[in-house]
Write a protein that binds this ligand. Structure first.
Ligand code: SF4
Length: 378
């Protein structure tokens, strides 16, 4: 398959953000491959603000697909059949016309290597019937296509119409035989896209998905600065490391969704939606964070319960010290708590053990997993 994205030249490469130059890195739901950077979709809250890359609108490749594939499968944290994989979720959209041939190419390479890992493809762009048929040819990897849909209709915040994502979801669901489809309902911003009508629309759309996952807004300093520079009303008085969604708004949203859709379960966590869709235990070990499981069907709860077990302390100690921990890890009913391991190494450990791994210096509080408390502005 011919590349449709130009490979970046060495002069440009020198100017690229160092965090983008390495195409392989851990993000929360998996080891992520991102050798194509640049996106024209201009969502105001895009994570590319964090990499100083928001103005690069034309996707460019850092290297060939073959080189990227080799780097990925030989990466120190990649484990065949275990590590969840994410394609192009940091700096472009995998289904853009010029990017999607690379997405299909990578999926084919992973599949032909006989790997059975979970693979996540997250898009808000158009998906055709031909794309679905290509996804259906995959036999080994467990593919989930997550369609980002917000229902936001303010073009300053989100220039791309939500109807594009809605149509892609329906297309994917109609043809799904060897892959699963998740309605990725985000970012939900109280006062902007969480009216009863917005929730009713999303609940109806969820009939075209195997699972729904929702989340709030990732409102970091760089994104807040962009909002200010564009005169976009700021949704919160604060920025935060985790996604923002006040608890009472979350509870109302779950209640209204549940009243209107009793068929497609809704999850707080991406990996839980993926796990449910593929009938497997949550690879992120969220089972210990019991309050996250309140929306989960009992059949899925049983699958996670059967798989979830505390790691052996001696084996865990050895693994942690080999990775660079500075003291014995503590294991409680919710998580392993470790000091001295950065995010990358904690995710590696988490996926190796199927048990949550938290940093001792950044404590998680009950009912606040992955969600910061927020004061609304809107
Ligand atoms: S039981 Fe809990 S951890 Fe497992 S998939 Fe459901 S919500 Fe996630």
């Amino acid at each position: 398959m011919r590349s449709q994205v130009r490979i970046i030249d060495s002069t440009q490469l020198k100017n690229a953000n160092p965090n983008l130059v390495d195409p392989v890195g851990y993000r929360k739901s998996g080891l992520s491959l991102n050798h194509i950077i640049g996106c024209p979709l201009d969502c105001s809250y895009c994570v590319r603000h964090l990499y100083g890359n928001f103005d690069q609108r034309t996707p460019q490749a850092l290297m060939s697909d073959e080189e990227a594939f080799q780097r990925f499968i030989t990466h120190r944290y990649f484990q065949p059949h275990i590590t969840p994989i994410q394609l192009f979720n940091r700096a472009t959209d995998p289904m853009l016309p010029e990017v999607k041939s690379h997405t299909h190419n990578l999926l084919r390479m992973l599949d032909e290597a006989g790997l059975t890992n979970n693979v996540l493809v997250i898009t808000r762009w158009r998906v055709s019937q031909d794309d679905c048929e290509r996804f259906n040819t995959l036999r080994n990897i467990k593919l989930t296509v997550l369609v980002t849909y917000s229902g936001i209709d303010d073009p300053k915040i989100e220039p791309i119409k939500s109807s594009i994502a809605a149509n892609s979801l329906k297309m994917l669901f109609r043809h799904a035989r060897h892959y699963k489809v998740v309605l990725y309902w985000r970012p939900i911003v109280p006062g902007l896209n969480d009216s009863s009508e917005h929730i009713a629309k999303a609940a109806a759309l969820a009939n075209y998905a195997h699972a729904t996952v929702f989340s709030g807004l990732f409102y970091r300093k760089e994104i807040a600065e962009f909002y200010q520079s564009q005169g976009i009303p700021e949704p919160y008085k604060m920025t935060a490391r985790r996604k923002l969604l006040p608890l009472e708004d979350e509870q109302r949203l779950l209640r209204l969704y549940g009243e209107q859709n009793q068929v497609t379960p809704i999850f707080h966590k991406t990996s839980c939606g993926v796990a449910y869709a593929h009938l497997q235990p949550d690879y992120n070990g969220h089972f210990g964070i019991t309050e996250l499981c309140d929306t989960c069907p009992s059949s899925q709860f049983s699958i996670c319960k059967a798989a979830w077990k505390k790691p052996d302390q001696q084996i865990l100690n050895r693994m942690c010290y080999e990775l660079g921990a500075v003291e014995d890890p503590q294991v409680n009913d919710r998580a392993i708590v470790v000091r001295g391991l950065d995010e990358q190494r904690r995710y590696y450990l988490q996926h190796s053990l199927g048990y949550q791994v938290h940093d001792a210096d950044k404590p998680h509080h009950y009912a606040r997993h992955g969600r910061a408390e927020a004061t609304r502005n809107l």
